[in-house]
Write a protein that binds this ligand. Structure first.
Ligand code: NAD
Ligand code: IPM
Ligand code: MN
Length: 355
């Protein structure tokens, strides 16, 4: 079982270190780790945010454990050299079109959500975000206009792209509460009109799943008004990016939400995938021991479940993380004083006591 570890920039290495502590504590036989440079650090060392060796390492692995990329020193580089291009490049080169971002309330954190406790307690949703298309991957550029320089970005989805992610969403809903909300902006965007029509066609194959449609502005409002109404939220790349950060705040902190990015390739143990917290490199807290490693640790759990067929270990990690949060070992993002390393150590202790 080969895991490529790409820790990246900022708090990426800080939170990844804690996930690796947890992995180490499991003592899984036959596991080999490879470490590669990615993001700003890779640009500084090799002249490119996603060096060919890093991409090859990811391709050759059964799964990728990713930290975060992003570096304020790189913010003025031309787009192709920006750290963020590394994660976009991995997602497209590895054909990881399905991004799963689960958000569920943790017992004991209800009072730390900006929402009323009874609302926070009811959150149990899964954002299924399309990851290879939308305005992210359309042509883009700059041109002259009467108003000066003008930036432009093509936004598009074709039916095949929508169908592919819709199947992922409906299958996920079948294993959950059988409700799927497709989020779009079909009242304004042609991209969304095609999206909605394609989702409706796919829905015919899943008569057991209840489908509804919501415009993204309403969805953002509903997510804070009554988040408990959502089960699977199926949406495009841009809306999914925004709504998942919002869901994380409803749960309590962006440092809590993990993600899996999956495609179709099967390995000997499961589906090849890339696993990362939904947060970024957090330059404002880098190097201070303030980063919450729970999202990275839960990303490891998703890796074990989806790519390595280790459901039992994944469940144990999730229980150990929940127990740690419930025991009030929390970082500054949740009003506590535990450091990144102390949170990781507590998860390891809880993991070993659960077995
Ligand atoms: P961010 O997610 O890095 O940080 C947003 C806020 O949340 C900050 O105040 C930060 O301190 C806090 N935060 C984030 N993760 C935390 C954690 N684990 N524990 C405690 N607090 C945490 O988003 P941003 O500030 O908009 O972006 C910073 C950089 O990260 C940018 O370069 C951006 O492009 C990049 N980014 C990368 C990824 C990725 O690698 N997948 C994701 C998002 C942003
Ligand atoms: C995320 C990030 C990325 C995205 C950026 C860094 C390209 O915000 O993983 O949520 O927009 O997908
Ligand atoms: Mn994001």
């Amino acid at each position: 079982m080969k895991i490529a570890v790409l820790a990246g920039d900022g708090i990426g290495p800080e939170v990844t270190r804690e996930a690796l502590k947890v992995l180490d504590a499991l003592s899984l036989p036959g596991l080999v780790l490879f470490e590669g440079d990615v993001g700003g650090i890779a640009y500084k060392r090799h002249g490119h945010p996603l060096p060919a060796e890093t991409l090859e390492m990811a391709r050759a692995a059964d799964a990728v454990l990713f930290g975060a990329v992003g570096d304020p020193e790189c913010d003025t580089l031309p787009r192709e050299h920006r750290p963020e291009q590394a994660i976009l490049g991995l997602r497209s080169e590895l054909r990881l079109f399905a991004n799963l971002r689960p958000a569920a309330g943790f017992p004991g954190l209800e009072d730390l959500s900006p929402l009323k406790p009874e609302l926070a307690r009811g959150i149990d949703l899964l954002v299924v975000r399309e990851l290879n298309g939308d305005v992210y991957f359309g042509k883009k550029g700059e041109r002259d206009s009467a108003g000066g320089r003008e930036g432009w970005d093509d936004m598009s989805y074709n039916e095949a792209e929508v169908r592919r992610i819709a199947h992922t969403g409906f299958r996920a809903a079948q294993k959950r509460r059988k409700k799927l909300t497709s989020v779009d902006k079909a009242n304004v965007l042609e991209t969304s009109r095609i999206w909605r029509e394609a989702v409706i066609k796919v829905a015919a194959e899943y008569p057991d799943v209840e489908l509804d449609h919501m415009y993204v502005d309403n969805a953002a409002m509903q997510m804070v008004r009554s988040p408990g109404q959502f089960d699977v939220v199926l949406t495009g790349n841009l809306f999914g990016d925004i709504l998942s950060d919002q869901a994380s705040a409803c749960v309590g902190s962006i440092g809590l939400l993990a993600s899996a990015s999956l495609g179709e390739r099967q390995t000997g143990f499961g589906t090849f995938g890339l696993y990362e917290p939904i947060h970024g490199s957090a330059p404002d807290i880098t190097g201070q021991g303030k980063a919450n490693p729970i999202a990275a640790i839960l990303s490891l759990a998703m890796l074990l479940r989806h790519s390595l067929g280790r459901e039992e270990e994944a469940n144990r990690i999730e229980r150990a993380a929940a127990k740690t949060l419930a025991s009030e070992i929390r970082g500054a993002d949740l009003g506590g004083s535990a450091s990144t390393g102390e949170i990781g150590d507590a998860v390891v202790r809880n993991l070993l006591s659960i077995s």
